[in-house]
Design a protein. Sequence first.
Length: 230
Amino acid sequence: MSHGEFTLKRRSLPVAAALTATAALLLTACGSGDDKASDNDKIAGADQGSPTPTASASGSGAPAEDKPDGVDVSLPKDINLVFDWATPKDKNEAAAMEDAANYIRAIYHGMVKRTADDAAVVTYSTGDGLHYAQVQINDRVKGGWTATGTRRQYDVSTRSTTNGSAVEVAFCVDSSKFYSKEVKTGKVLKTTPNITDFGYFKIIMVKAPTADSLWQASKVYVEEKAAKCQ
């Protein structure tokens, strides 16, 4: 894993973690639906005690509205973020998972708007999660890139702390059909698909202090070149 590592020809957002994750923080399987954690395991970064693991099966989730929580996360038609996962039965985990998806949408929305201070970004993230999003957006703005194509999120699993104040949302990402595009010229920068197209994400979602229904990304861990997600 590394911070901000990508090629000039093609940049998949987000690609690298802004934080360093150890092997102990990564699940042993890529959201197969069988991922379990012992009662003594803690959700990294949550500091909320022992989690009660709950795995959600992958499936076709319904597309989100353009303005969940009254915040615009709409994207151009050529940016297709697919969240191929099913909703958990647990109400908190379901809400946290949806806002984890909104967090990803918000990063791309900020990138398209060319600002890391986009309202969607500051709504769906806090702390290290906000820092991660801003680094990703600023990197693309400085490079003169936007994005195009399809980025697929799949094999998701969730687990929450015992008091329900934090939820870990873990999933695989396939960016093999997702490319950088030069803002000035509109040129799409394609490369041959390879292992760098696959990543494994763990996002720690916490309840927003000002809104019971809103969850924010507080930490982001990424395993790059995730063969288990191929």
